[in-house]
Design a protein around this ligand. Structure first.
Ligand SMILES: Cc1cc2nc3c(=O)[nH]c(=O)nc-3n(C[C@H](O)[C@H](O)[C@H](O)COP(=O)(O)O)c2cc1C
Ligand code: SF4
Length: 449
């Protein structure tokens, strides 16, 4: 059997982060695709924040863990993994006085379709994550941490391992870092490619060597996390934002974005655009600007956008063109900023067919623990499949909505919601296309794929 031609999946440079088309970048600043090593990072001012908290800046005084957490709270940094939870607040939940091991975990699983920002951080600026995690560990009194890296990007895992070796050799990881009392060990771990292992408790199970299935909550990881010990989990981009906050102050970070939405955010702009790629821009940047940076819509006029990864509800073009890219504005528009994957669709796209692809993904990735998710995601997929293939019934539209409603909020983890929300978003904004498929047994838009 001959190998399929995979060349169209190869990065051509435009898709990566080092194209220089960012606005006020903090994480991707100064990257050229080769300057990922420790010496390069230090030349860009790297590890100054870690020095600042441990030794004081310019001979000044060091920072206490409480001061570090206060700065992160002031910055209004919100978790970049999907939910947008305030990072400083999450760090304050860690019971610092707990006698015994406590853990810090970086979530580099990045399985959300459309999202490809964390792998670029790890590949092209790995030390910024190491420094951010060391600062977080200091703030929360943690001595051991893991970075859980998606299993299908093994070369990124190997790159991160190399960066860890460099940091250890330079005394930036290990015992008594930079001559201080602070000791911190960081290890990389590669997953095996299951989307559900990005869910934080499934990730912990997988890290413990078990089947990656989400845990019931409560208890939350802050009290019962890795090996049953207090654990804080943050996304790669969240940790990567921390050195800038410490170097420049929480207030400066806050002012770089919008109130309640501090700093920059990396958006993976994908789909029907001329220059897909990762773009780092301040939160609050108009969507229209981001689209322009990605070279505008390819192959037709803008029809719709999924603004925060495949689990975010779709929004029509007119709504998107009026909104800014931040957590609060996208929520007000009826969707979620999520992981920051911006999936652009032109007017040749059939929404039934698009939803079919999404529904297939979620039924395939359900871990099967809870009935509403295990059975419901399959029902959704099969219903959309029959509508797409001209076998839909009039009552299917309400039934789709009803099944989605019965999954939402009734499962152990949020994958159930993630499967239901795209269905409801599509029906809300593009119901006519679904009805047309049922009535005419064919599609109302020209298909190009
Ligand atoms: C099904 C599912 C998949 C997820 N995948 C990821 C992921 O790949 N990366 C990630 O950082 N968070 C993912 N999350 C969110 C994590 O559970 C968790 O909220 C996040 O890592 C916390 O980090 P943050 O506060 O820095 O955002 C996922 C959640 C769910 C329900
Ligand atoms: S919601 Fe789905 S993925 Fe999450 S635990 Fe239940 S069955 Fe597993």
């Amino acid at each position: 059997m001959s190998m399929p031609d995979l060349s169209r999946f190869q990065a051509r440079g435009l898709e990566t982060c080092f194209h220089g088309r960012h606005i006020d970048p903090q994480i991707y600043a100064g990257l050229d695709g080769t300057n990922w090593r420790l010496q390069d990072y230090i030349a860009r001012g790297g590890y100054a924040a870690l020095r600042k908290i441990l030794q004081g800046a310019d001979g000044g005084v060091s920072m206490t863990p409480d001061q570090v957490i206060a700065e992160v709270k002031l910055s209004a940094l919100r978790g970049r993994g999907g939910a947008g939870f305030p990072t400083g607040l999450k760090w304050s939940f860690m019971p610092r006085q707990f006698p015994g091991p406590k853990y810090l975990v970086c979530n580099s699983d990045e399985g959300e379709p459309g999202t490809c920002k964390d792998r670029d951080i790890l590949a092209y600026n790995p030390h910024i994550v190491i420094e951010g995690m060391a600062i977080a560990a200091y703030a929360m009194g943690v001595k051991t941490a893991y970075n859980y890296i998606h299993g299908e990007i093994f070369e990124v895992y190997e790159r991160f391992e190399e960066a860890l070796d460099e940091a250890r050799a330079a005394g930036l990881l290990g015992d008594r870092i930079l001559g201080s009392d602070f000791s911190f060990q960081l290890h990389a771990f590669h997953g095996f490619g299951a989307y559900i292992c990005g869910e934080e408790t499934a990730l912990l199970e997988s890290l413990e060597g078990k089947k990656g299935q989400p845990r019931f909550k409560p208890p939350f990881p802050a009290s019962f996390g890795l090996y049953g010990k207090p654990t804080t989990i943050n996304n790669t981009e969240t940790f990567a934002a921390v050195p800038w906050i410490i170097n420049h102050g929480g207030q400066a970070y806050l002012e770089c974005g919008k109130p309640n939405n501090g700093g920059t955010k990396i958006f993976s702009v994908v789909g029907d655009v001329n220059r897909p790629g990762n773009f780092e821009v301040p939160l609050g940047t108009p969507f229209a600007k981001l689209l322009e940076m990605a070279g505008g819509v390819k192959g037709g006029a803008l029809k719709a956008v999924i603004p925060g990864g495949s689990s975010a509800p779709v929004l029509p073009a007119n709504v998107m063109m009026d909104t800014t890219m931040d957590y609060d504005a996208i929520a007000k528009a009826g969707s979620m900023l999520g992981s920051g994957a911006v999936i652009v669709m032109n007017d040749t796209r059939c929404m039934v067919r698009s939803l079919l692809r999404l529904s297939y993904f979620y039924q395939h990735e359900s871990c099967g623990q809870c009935t509403p998710c295990r059975e419901g995601t399959g029902w959704l997929w099969r219903m959309v499949d029959r509508i797409e293939h001209g076998k839909g019934r009039k009552e299917d539209l309400d039934l789709l909505d009803n099944v989605a409603d019965n999954i939402k909020g009734r499962t152990i983890c949020a994958l159930g919601d993630a499967a239901a929300m795209p269905v409801q978003g599509m029906l809300k904004h593009f119901r006519d296309e679904f009805a047309y498929h049922v009535d005419h047994k064919t599609c109302m838009v020209a298909q190009t794929v």
